[in-house]
Design a protein around this ligand. Structure first.
Ligand code: FAD
Length: 405
């Protein structure tokens, strides 16, 4: 199969899309446009090992630079797409160049949501998404003494762990009543709350940030109740917003992400999308979802590439995710939202246990802390839409694999 494929966004999904198109036997031209300077790289270490200084930059790269030449992928780092014209099937670049396509893959990701509070533009107030952001934050840690993190989601808590290890005084402000409230059941939130408190992190819930103050440099974060928390560095981690502006301007359907079907196809027969930017149907959960995770970006991009190359492939994987904080690895499979009950396996005090979230008996999600076996079996059970015996789930003496029989 020949023709021209353009991919907008050279991140996890875009790079996977290019590689998978070649694996699918696509022989035509592939242009991979990325506004960042680095070749496609993985973001997870930016809030973990890379931020801590334990990983070199080239270890972040998803594939060696030679990969793109060898596979005849025209990688364009530092190039930003500014418009999609679906009528003429062209993509305009900021450089003034126009690229024509037969098929287009949109993989623009989801940059951090910005907070427009007074003082948010003070030096010392940062966001974390790119290598440059992580470099900047690490350099800040070397000089700063007091860090305020806005948002107790995964990224905020991972940075809190690294910052504590670097010796900073860390305060985390969270508007909700608990940490990880959008993504984890209360048991897991409480566990991480206790973990961070024990490490010396000051976690504040129901804390509404009203702004930052400082005279040329950051001096304090201000709460709605007027309390000022002294700090010389701040990180805003209040979620991400899908980068849908180009798609929306071209008339594609956008509602909490760019709408695609289970084959990653948009409503335009020449356009597919993959990764954080998409809103896609989950057959497993019977509703649309927008996911922000590496496995989602990889698997959806593989499906997009197969369908673009003419081989039908539906994407309906069990969502999964991981988070490293201190010496603990959390692995999550499924989506716990909507769960009516939870079952705990193992003792949280042992720091090796799992929480299963169920609804009317059906397993919706598992959060496994230093417990890969529960994660793996739980993930399979979720994919099977199983209703496992809660007594077996709860009893570490009983073999979870028996539930798969
Ligand atoms: P991205 O990888 O973000 O790539 C999108 C790319 O498109 C970007 O490089 C962007 O600059 C580019 N782009 C956007 N618009 C344009 C344009 N107009 N022109 C040209 N280029 C454009 N996930 C996990 O599963 N586990 C983790 O532990 C984890 N940790 C994370 C830690 C951090 C700090 C961050 C930021 C994310 C983390 N994630 C984690 C999420 C994961 O990195 C994302 O889900 C994944 O990168 C999504 O891939 P993507 O290709 O959709 O988007």
């Amino acid at each position: 199969m020949a023709g021209k494929i353009v991919i907008i966004g050279a991140g996890q999904a875009g790079a996977q899309g290019a590689a998978s198109l070649r694996e699918e036997g696509f022989k035509g031209a592939i242009t991979l446009i990325g506004e960042e300077r680095a070749p496609p790289y993985q973001r997870p270490p930016l809030s973990k090992a890379y931020l801590a200084g334990a990983l070199a930059e080239d270890r972040l790269y998803l594939r060696p630079r030679e990969f793109y030449d060898k596979n005849d992928v025209d990688l364009r780092p530092g190039a930003r797409a500014t418009a999609i014209d679906r009528g003429t099937k062209t993509v305009a670049l900021a450089s003034g160049e126009t690229l024509s396509y037969d098929k287009l893959l949109i993989a623009t990701g989801a940059p951090p949501r910005r907070l427009n509070v007074p003082g948010a533009d003070l030096p010392g107030v940062a966001y974390l998404r790119t290598i440059a952001d992580s470099d900047h934050l690490r350099a800040t840690f070397a000089n700063a003494k007091r860090l305020v993190i806005v948002g107790a989601g995964y990224i905020g808590l991972e940075v809190a762990a690294v910052a504590r290890k670097a010796g900073l005084v860390v305060t985390v402000l969270e508007l909700a009543a608990r940490a990880l409230s959008r993504v984890a059941p209360p048991e897991v939130s409480n566990f991480y709350h206790d973990l961070h408190r024990a490490a010396g992190v000051d976690l504040r819930f129901g804390a509404a940030l009203s702004g930052f103050e400082g005279n040329g440099a950051l001096e304090a974060a201000l709460l709605a109740d007027r309390e000022a928390i002294p700090c010389d560095a701040a990180l805003i981690c209040v979620g991400a917003a899908p980068a849908t502006a180009l798609a929306e301007a071209s008339g594609l359907k956008v509602d909490n992400g760019l709408w695609v079907d289970e084959t990653a196809a948009s409503e335009d027969p020449s356009i597919w999308a993959a990764g954080d930017v998409t809103n896609h149907p989950s057959l497993l959960y019977g509703r649309r979802v927008r996911l922000e995770s590496v496995p989602n970006a990889i698997d959806q991009a593989k499906a997009a590439a197969a369908n673009m190359a003419g081989r039908r492939m539906a994407y309906d994987a069990v969502p999964w995710f991981w988070s490293d904080q201190y010496d603990l690895k959390l692995q999550t499979a499924g989506i716990s939202a909507g769960a009516g009950e939870t079952v705990t396996r193992g003792d949280p005090k042992s720091k090796r246990y799992a929480v299963f979230s169920l609804n009317q008996g059906r397993l919706l999600a598992v959060d496994a802390i230093n417990d890969p076996a529960s994660f793996l079996v739980g993930k399979k059970l979720i994919g099977l839409k199983a209703s496992p015996d809660p007594k077996v789930l709860a009893d570490p003496e009983k073999d979870l694999k028996s539930l798969l029989a």
